[in-house]
Design a protein around this ligand. Structure first.
Ligand code: NZQ
Ligand code: ZN
Length: 405
């Protein structure tokens, strides 16, 4: 087990109808006036925003509003929200939504105390040293932003989608009410589950060998998700299934599933290769949901790199799918290992398909002509080589994209 630093300062308030306690929890956490951030209307249509407002009113927490943050949130929206937050002199943020809304709120929170342009933080021109406190009412379990040290924002003008990271903007409070996720469309539910599994796998395949405590948390999360996702899709109001998915999404990305798996004690475990390759898809095509993109990219990445450390993939195959190589007396060892690893990756991809996720880049309407622009911005974003499990050049990334058609 390698050295690590684990910081999870968020207070998680989890349960049936806890959304109605938002106001009292916000007041207790010291929020006086917040910028209420939400997305493109789901929380208006399903009544969640009204419940949150009623709860804030009852607790005497004041608010200004910034709605309309889109999936794969855009920096211009953040710039406008920063202006509102300053004008309204808010002392914190309340994001009501999923990863996109939370990230839009996070970027606003560290943009407000900064005199320059907020994109500077994503272009790595400026470290983040000040930030308003952030609270979250989670409506879609997926990105894990409610407990994470990450924030991902797009800049359409540059076809870029870049992340910032820092414990300074981990949310102070997360209200997690599984009943709010009953209204989620099947596709969003499935894309969320896929993203969670990817968050676990990016850490599991970090290039560090076995770390039993962490690895059991990791494969336990994947097993739980594979188990309950079909139930949530079949019965969208299955509380236990929704609750399992919601908490798994937080644990998949608040770094508990990576302790001891990083080469640098202060850094997040993993090389995040699939995420890097997927983010370029959504940067150039903002209509592509992050999780859906990962359903295609992650298996392609796995097939490309597994030979760098077959034992890690055999551990995953065994713990998640109960697949072991056949014994040597029946099959040469190398062949048996390859068969077992391939079978496990096939199973994972079959699971993604079974919950309605795409299987190829063609399913998004992409063609091989779309790859060059993505490679160009990937090179700018990650440099070359990038990754941890296996160092990847741009030619490797191109081969991974091409293998996914
Ligand atoms: O915009 P609205 O109308 O709210 O609709 C949303 C959106 O269309 C809808 N939705 C949310 N809750 C709902 C609902 N519809 C019905 N009922 C509900 N209860 O779902 C759609 C997707 O929402 P979004 O927030 O985009 O999903 P997700 O949570 O997957 O977030 C994706 C974003 O997070 C980033 C991704 O790159 C992407 O930009 N990520 C953020 C991370 C982080 N900050 O730690 C890590 C991740 O790896 C990821 O990169
Ligand atoms: Zn993700």
């Amino acid at each position: 087990m390698n050295d690590f630093t684990y910081c999870s300062p968020t207070k998680f308030v989890f349960g049936c109808n806890v959304v109605d306690r938002t106001g009292e929890e916000m007041a207790a956490a010291g929020f006086g006036k917040v910028l209420l951030v939400y997305g493109q209307g789901s929380v208006v249509r399903n009544g969640v925003l009204d419940r949150v407002k009623a709860s804030l009113d009852a607790a005497g927490v004041r608010y200004a509003e910034a709605g309309g943050a889109r999936p794969n949130p855009e920096v211009n929206w953040v710039r406008d929200a920063i202006a509102i937050a300053r004008e309204e002199q808010v002392d914190g943020m309340l994001a009501v939504g999923g990863g996109s809304v939370i990230d839009a709120a996070k970027a606003t929170a560290f943009g407000v105390p900064y005199d320059g342009d907020v994109w500077d933080f994503f272009a790595k021109k400026q470290p983040i040293t000040a930030c308003l406190p952030i609270a979250v009412v989670l409506t879609i379990p997926a990105a894990g932003s409610e407990g994470s040290a990450s924030c991902v924002i797009s800049c359409d003008a540059e076809n870029r989608k870049l992340g910032a990271s820092g414990d300074i903007f981990r949310p102070k409070l997360a209200i997690m009410d599984p009943t709010l996720t009953f209204t989620l469309p099947a596709y969003q539910t499935a894309a969320g589950v896929t993203d969670m599994i990817a968050h676990v796998c990016e850490r599991y395949f970090s290039g560090v060998g076995a770390v039993p405590v962490t690895d059991n948390i990791a494969t336990g999360l994947v097993n739980a998700l594979i188990d309950v996702a079909p139930r949530a899709l079949e019965h969208p109001d299955d509380y236990d299934a929704r609750a399992t998915i919601m908490w798994a999404g937080t644990l998949a990305h608040n770094d508990i599933a990576g302790c001891g798996r990083s080469f640098v004690p202060t850094a997040r475990a993993g090389g995040w290769e699939s995420h890097a390759i997927q983010h370029e898809m959504s940067a150039h095509h903002p209509e592509i949901a992050h999780g859906a993109g990962l359903a295609v990219i992650m298996p392609a990445w796995m097939r490309y790199v597994w030979k760098s450390d077959p034992q890690r993939f055999l551990d995953f195959a065994d713990e998640v799918f109960g697949i072991e190589p056949v014994e040597e007396e029946y099959c040469p060892r190398d062949e048996a290992i390859e068969d077992a690893v391939t079978a496990a990756i096939d199973e994972l991809q079959a699971f993604f398909r079974s919950i309605g996720m795409p299987a190829t880049l063609g399913d998004f309407g992409l063609t091989p002509d779309d790859i060059d622009p993505m490679i160009e911005t990937l090179r700018m974003s990650k440099g070359e080589p990038f990754g941890a499990f296996q160092k990847l050049t741009m030619e490797d990334a191109r081969a991974i994209y091409m293998s996914a058609f």
